[in-house]
Design a protein around this ligand. Structure first.
Ligand SMILES: Nc1ncnc2c1ncn2[C@@H]1O[C@H](COP(=O)(O)OP(=O)(O)OP(=O)(O)O)[C@@H](O)[C@H]1O
Ligand SMILES: [Mg+2]
Length: 260
């Protein structure tokens, strides 16, 4: 079942930068996709268009058949409740506790935002937050300030917060770029296992093709805002990714789908 359909999406920023150019692909429910591409290839822009933070300049984005490119702000907020985000810089609230940060994840879906917090938080939400923290192995630090944790732990809190939200689709934008290899592996193992066990769809950007191959079922590549690679991982080996990072695609092999 098609979950997300990107149809000839273009994005040109006000300053004239063309970040995306006629990008098209579909993602099925439950797929685990890694999005690769050099710095500035348009990966984060595409994520911002998918969750409606940024308007597209052309084309269509359908999420469960709903046209993201054509919804009101209120409608987009509703859709966004089902899209979880994980960022390179974690985006936790540093001076709140780990537990409160995870409760935050439930804000969107709680009938009353205020009821989620502090002593007023509903018991059910608090139990759920503890379960999410337990799943990421951090229940023992639940009372600590979020900014007192290591980078790897903070990213695991961000994953617990995302679990609290119970999204259908997870967009992870360079979730391990700020982490050392060992913490990065822990975070990728955790992220991939939680999304798979809950049947979530995930699109994750990475800068390491060799890591992409370990997790993704499918790899998509962007180059200068164009969609240039779409392969099932089982059909790929890492040596075939080098061309994706070439500045000039002219001399590249036939895997390139469409270039100038
Ligand atoms: N708000 C903005 N205004 C103007 N140009 C922008 C804006 N945001 C991004 N860009 C430009 O759009 C292009 C794509 O940027 P984007 O951040 O989407 O790339 P990326 O693939 O996520 O890169 P990275 O790997 O460095 O995170 C780049 O040329 C960037 O400079
Ligand atoms: Mg980016």
């Amino acid at each position: 079942m098609v979950h997300l359909s990107i149809q000839q999406v273009g994005k040109t920023y006000d300053d004239g930068t063309e970040a995306l150019s006629s990008v098209s692909f579909d993602v099925n429910k439950g797929e685990g996709v890694v999005l690769l591409g050099h710095n500035g290839s348009g990966k984060s822009t595409l994520f911002r268009c998918i969750n409606g933070i940024e308007n597209t300049s052309s084309g269509k984005i359908l999420y469960n058949g709903q046209p993201i490119h054509d919804l009101s702000k209120k409608e987009i907020r509703e859709v966004r409740k089902n899209i979880g985000m994980v960022f390179q810089q974690f985006h936790l609230v540093g001076n709140l506790s780990v537990f409160q940060n995870v409760l935050f994840g439930g804000l969107g879906k709680s009938p009353s935002s205020i009821s989620v917090f502090g002593p007023f938080a509903k018991q059910e939400m608090r139990m759920k937050a503890l379960e999410c923290l337990d799943r990421v192995g951090l229940i023992h630090v639940s009372k600590k300030r979020a900014d007192s944790l290591s980078g790897g732990q903070q990213q695991r809190v961000a994953i617990a917060r995302m679990l609290m939200q119970e999204p259908e689709l997870v967009l992870a934008d360079e979730p391990i770029a700020s982490l050392d290899p060992s913490a990065g592996k822990e975070v990728m193992d955790l992220l991939w296992s939680v999304v798979k066990e809950r049947g979530m769809t995930v699109i994750c950007t990475l800068h390491q093709p060799e890591i992409a191959l370990q997790y993704a079922e499918r790899i998509i590549g962007l180059h200068k805002g164009r969609f240039v690679l779409d392969q099932q991982t089982s059909q790929l080996d890492d040596t075939r990714f080098e061309w994706l990072y070439e500045k000039n695609l002219k001399n590249l092999s036939k895997e390139v789908i469409s270039v100038d």
